[in-house]
Design a protein around this ligand. Structure first.
Ligand SMILES: NC(=O)C1=CN([C@@H]2O[C@H](COP(=O)(O)OP(=O)(O)OC[C@H]3O[C@@H](n4cnc5c(N)ncnc54)[C@H](O)[C@@H]3O)[C@@H](O)[C@H]2O)C=CC1
Ligand SMILES: O=C(O)[C@@H]1CCC=N1
Length: 268
């Protein structure tokens, strides 16, 4: 692709841009960025990544792909603002949480639309993304979209309605794990370890456990059983988690995030 225009230049746009450039999927000079008014931010991106800044909306006409990556509440106004300038067939990749592809095509017209829910680990090529396509996306385009998202991590196709669940799990997921990390660091330091030691131990523990789950093909409860000696430390720890309704808390976490995603979709 010769020209990809990012409409919206915030945290998620940067994560994807950095991922694409570092993984050598798209060349920096084929990426154009624009936002509503924050020119300093555009300067920062063009200096840091060598991407182009869209000088005026007339430059949208020959875009090969437009990536919509503004906050959901700004989605409609951002789409209305570009509508008069974009070609009839330019495909759209929307990264906006909770805005349906039908809403995008109501404003921008019937065309190929892919809707993706990545996460911020795209920055280091480790996003877990869910993607859905509308009926105008050809097989060739689908392959191209999958390849682009695959380059910043893994990508799994789902029905559009299931993107609410994907958002709740892997879209927001990094925040839950960072929150858990904060709790480990608080607990570990209470018990006398330096924060950096706790960080190193737990980062490796989390990475190792995730890699085991991925590679050894055993169920989580089986892997858990292998750690848990009868009458030992793990059993005591797990019992405390059960006493504090850990599973229920996780269930409520995903339920609340999924419901919020649906709510946002209705209000947009
Ligand atoms: N941060 C995350 O972990 C994830 C975010 N998302 C989605 O990505 C989207 C962007 O999120 P962030 O990058 O975190 O937000 P952000 O607030 O960091 O960036 C939003 C950008 O949109 C620009 N903008 C606002 N109105 C505009 C308009 N009318 N025209 C052009 N540009 C406009 C702003 O200037 C800013 O550059 C959201 O819809 C969010 O739901 C999706 C997955 C994960
Ligand atoms: O919190 C949010 O609404 C967005 C969607 C997934 C991650 N951040």
């Amino acid at each position: 692709m010769q020209k990809i225009v990012f409409v919206g230049a915030g945290a998620m746009a940067e994560a994807i841009i950095q991922g694409w450039i570092e993984q050598e999927v798209i060349e920096a000079n084929n990426i154009y960025v624009t936002n509503r008014s924050n020119f300093e931010r555009l300067d920062y991106l063009s200096t840091k990544y060598n991407v182009e800044v869209l000088q005026n909306k007339d430059q949208l006409i020959d875009a090969d792909l437009i990536v919509l990556v503004v906050k959901p509440k700004d989605g409609k106004s951002a789409m209305k603002a570009i509508k008069p300038y974009i070609a009839e067939n330019t495909p759209i990749l929307t990264v906006m949480a909770g805005i349906a592809m039908d809403t995008v095509s109501d404003i921008l017209g019937k065309r190929s639309i892919a809707r993706v829910m990545p996460n911020t680990s795209a920055t280091i090529g480790m996003s877990a993304s869910g993607i859905a396509f509308n009926e105008y996306v050809t097989e060739k385009q689908k392959k191209q979209f999958m390849k682009m998202l695959d380059a910043i991590g893994i990508v799994i196709e789902v029905e559009e309605d299931k993107l609410h669940a994907v958002t709740a799990l892997s879209g927001s997921g990094p925040a839950y794990l960072y929150y858990m990390m904060e709790a480990f660091e608080k607990a570990g330091t209470e018990f006398g370890l330096p924060k950096e030691t706790v960080r190193k131990l737990m980062v490796q523990t989390i990475a190792g456990s995730a890699a085991m789950l991925d590679r050894v093909k055993e169920e989580p409860n089986e892997l858990r059983r292998k750690v848990t000696s009868p009458g030992g430390t793990t059993e005591a720890g797990i019992r405390a988690l059960e006493d504090h309704q850990f599973s229920e808390a996780i269930f409520e976490c995903i339920k609340s995030a999924e419901a919020r995603s649906r709510e946002l979709a209705k209000s947009e």
